[in-house]
Design a protein around this ligand. Structure first.
Ligand SMILES: NC(=O)c1ccc[n+]([C@@H]2O[C@H](COP(=O)([O-])OP(=O)(O)OC[C@H]3O[C@@H](n4cnc5c(N)ncnc54)[C@H](OP(=O)(O)O)[C@@H]3O)[C@@H](O)[C@H]2O)c1
Length: 287
């Protein structure tokens, strides 16, 4: 089976590539930068292209059986996804797994959620056999906070106190590989989540334990978070994420027991815990 992974040089996609290679699939990765080919696992082919370019979407899906479609947060995210979907229709692709977001329709005013609501709707009428994956907030986002935790003892992600069912990216990869390589997942939408609810305070406590030093939650003040974030992220993204954290602080992002059961059946294992992720990560940082 020939599978094309978009975003295969990024956080989620690189794990999807590893999981697919582990299952013996022939994998290609679309990248705008051919120099990244060197970082791909042996046997994985890099294909140069850009999902914003019609020439790419006309050519890249030829002779591809299955596609993992990931479009990172940008001001053209939905446009890239719809161009890709059009290209898949032209090439008569037989399987599509799309990366969306948990409870995406419940906060559809957020630009990077609402774009995915539209893309999900387009996928459902495209005629391409699809599976939609809707992950919660990634554990691996915490890599961004390594310096804040190790140097200043602060956990800055303003997750609030209602709680999120955060997820390990490796579980997303396992779900994507299963949905692309085994039958019975066509037309299905899966929430991808962790086993427990975590809050800003509980996340800081878990990191304190894993790192063996006091980590303090920076708190729910979104004005302060916005001022800090504008130093390294573009304003349109900071605004989108600020509104998302406001939603998380008011409503959380919680998994149902049924979602965990369905995910476990799809991946063949229980969701990885945040505590285990933090422990592994702290050990790697210490070494
Ligand atoms: N972070 C979270 O907690 C979370 C939770 C739920 C859902 N999500 C969703 O996950 C997605 C982000 O995934 P990620 O963190 O794995 O992304 P990432 O690490 O930022 O990787 C982005 C990837 O997209 C590729 N890319 C960017 N623009 C492209 C273009 N125009 N054409 C082709 N490829 C392009 C990049 O490839 P090259 O640079 O090699 O070209 C790279 O491989 C977003 O849709 C986000 O909403 C995130």
């Amino acid at each position: 089976m020939n599978i094309l992974v978009t975003g295969g040089t990024g956080t989620v996609g690189s794990h999807v590539v590893q999981a697919l290679v582990g299952q013996g699939a022939q994998v290609s990765v679309l990248t705008r930068d051919p120099n990244k080919a060197a970082g791909l696992p042996a046997g994985v082919k890099a294909v140069e292209g850009d999902l914003l370019k019609p020439a790419t979407v006309r050519s890249v899906f030829k002779d591809i059986d299955g596609v993992f479609l990931l479009n990172p947060v940008s001001q053209t995210e939905a446009h890239e996804a719809l161009l890709a979907l059009s290209g898949m229709q032209l090439a008569d692709v037989k399987r599509l797994v799309y990366l969306s977001v948990h409870h995406v329709e419940q906060a559809a005013w957020l630009p990077h959620f609402g774009g995915k609501v539209g893309v999900e709707a387009a996928i459902k009428v495209s005629g391409i056999p699809y599976t939609i994956l809707r992950p919660n907030n990634f554990y691996q986002n915490d890599y961004w906070y390594k310096d804040a935790m190790l140097q200043f003892g602060i956990y800055p992600q303003p997750l609030g106190s209602v709680g999120l069912s955060r997820v390990d990216v490796r579980d997303i990869a396992d779900a994507a590989a299963a949905a692309l390589t085994s039958s019975g997942h066509e037309g299905q939408t899966y929430d991808l989540v962790g086993p427990e609810l975590v809050t800003g305070e509980s996340t800081a406590r878990t990191w304190s334990h894993a790192l063996g030093k006091e980590i303090t939650y920076a708190g729910d003040d979104l004005d302060s978070w916005e001022q800090q974030s504008l130093q390294y992220l573009p304003d349109w993204m900071v605004f989108d994420f600020r509104m998302m954290y406001d939603y998380f602080q008011k409503h959380g992002l919680k998994a149902s027991p049924e979602a965990i059961t369905r995910q476990t059946a799809l991946t063949g294992h229980a969701p990885r815990s945040f505590e285990a992720f933090a422990g592994e990560t702290a050990a790697a940082w210490k070494s």
